[in-house]
Design a binder for this molecule. Structure first.
Ligand SMILES: [Zn+2]
Length: 341
């Protein structure tokens, strides 16, 4: 089978992008910017809220004060919202944020599929429909914000084998949908257990796309050896994985304020630095910016904790010499390592 453009066909370690000898790693903040929906309810085309959109203003100001240029990966309902455009548009124009695309297929036209759990992963849709949704989203972002997006994230991390080639064909240059260390097969999604944490160039017939995976490390007494054990254990039911974490043997730590305490995230950052990862990808979902939308921020006190998390984590990154970067900068640096076509 031709694996060109298949973001699920992971490259050998010899093709991972690496730091120069004295080069420090960098981090970027990626925000899945999307409608508020009930995370426990079935998927639906309608009935979502956009109540958290005004909270993007406080978020943007917060990161500006912190000297971070975040990237908002906006989905269809956000692109259609005037308030979102009025907050994010000027910030993008001023170079204070970046805007990329995030595809939630159940709320993104054209609507030709049954709305169900399986079809919530864009990569599971027929290729022509997947491509049509991606093109519609790209065009909407270009029309609303004036610039076509170059960075893509599949909602629910739902890449298909054809997605990489489509991204290149549609003018995207970077994908950040690979959530290394996670396995979504139980919900009809992808299996990223074996995915690299280093970025790599995915070659397609339409050019190359840079994959920058979300950062998830394995901590605990077993260190990196724990990754395999963690996956074998969770393969037999999540309870064993939880027991391993309780014993301090293996712990999976994603770089997100959503469900990960700040001190754990700082440990994960230290592990990522020790592994010489060139780029640390931090992420969260914009509905967490307003109390009551996600399980992670249920009230005002938890919203304060959310921003406190960023205080602690950004301080730690600064102390460890890890500076904030942007998608544009990541792409520029990575182009030096572009593999021959
Ligand atoms: Zn999403």
């Amino acid at each position: 089978m031709n694996s060109a453009g298949n973001l699920h066909a992971y490259p050998p370690a010899s093709e991972w992008l690496r730091l120069e000898v004295d080069e420090p790693p960098r981090f970027w903040v990626t925000i899945d910017t999307e409608e508020d929906f009930d995370w426990a309810a079935p998927f639906a085309r309608t009935g979502y809220r956009l109540d958290s959109v005004p909270a993007l203003a406080a978020c943007q100001s917060w990161f500006e004060r912190a000297g971070v240029v975040p990237i908002y990966l906006v989905d269809w309902p956000i692109v259609a919202d005037d308030r979102a455009r009025d907050i994010l548009g000027p910030a993008e124009q001023g170079g204070r944020c970046e805007i990329g695309a995030q595809l939630h297929p159940w709320v993104n036209p054209p609507h030709d599929e049954e709305v169900c759990a399986r079809n919530s992963y864009t990569g599971n849709l027929p290729p022509a429909l997947q491509r049509a949704k991606m093109a519609a989203l790209r065009d909407a972002i270009r029309d609303r914000f004036g610039t076509a997006p170059t960075v893509y994230r599949a909602g629910r991390y739902g890449l298909g084998p054809e997605t990489g080639a489509m991204l290149a064909e549609l003018g995207f240059r970077c994908d950040s949908s690979v959530r290394a260390g996670f396995d979504y097969r139980a919900g009809h999604g992808p299996d990223y257990r074996a995915a690299p944490l280093h970025p790599w160039w995915c070659r397609t017939d339409h050019g190359a796309v840079l994959e920058v995976p979300l950062t998830t490390v394995f901590g605990g007494l077993l260190g990196q050896a724990g990754r395999g054990l963690y996956h074998r254990a969770t393969g037999r039911g999540g309870r064993i994985g939880a027991a391993l974490a309780r014993l301090g043997l293996v712990e999976r730590i994603a770089l997100t304020p959503e469900g990960i305490p700040a001190e754990r995230a700082c440990e994960a950052i230290d592990i990522a630095i020790a592994q010489r990862l060139p780029v640390l990808t931090l992420s969260f979902h914009s509905p967490s910016l307003q109390p009551g939308n996600t399980p992670y921020v249920r009230d005002q006190a938890e919203l304060e904790l959310f921003y406190r998390w960023w205080d602690v984590v950004l301080d730690h990154l600064a102390r460890r010499g890890v500076a904030a970067t942007t998608a544009a900068d990541i792409l520029a640096r990575a182009s030096h390592f572009a593999p021959a076509a």
